[in-house]
Design a protein around this ligand. Sequence first.
Ligand code: ZN
Length: 91
Amino acid sequence: MTGKMNWGSVRDRDRIARQGADSVADVGLAGGMAPPKKRPGKAALRADLAAAQAKITRTIKCVCGHEGTAIVPASKARARLRCSRCGEVTT
Ligand SMILES: [Zn+2]
């Protein structure tokens, strides 16, 4: 044999022959250990970010008669805002 030896796969083969190839999922975890968390994919992370950053336009009417529109994050859709004319808190 004259080619290069792939020592990594040789080691893996030896280790699997010596120790077996049972996965943690089959054997079960030792007491008190939490199963490994599945990492969210990039698409899921991007979707979460887009949802968090999405802006909505709210029209706010105040008791003083002032009316205005505000572009706020979706998380502030139900937030109480303050009137820019009189300073009253509106709903
Ligand atoms: Zn007002």
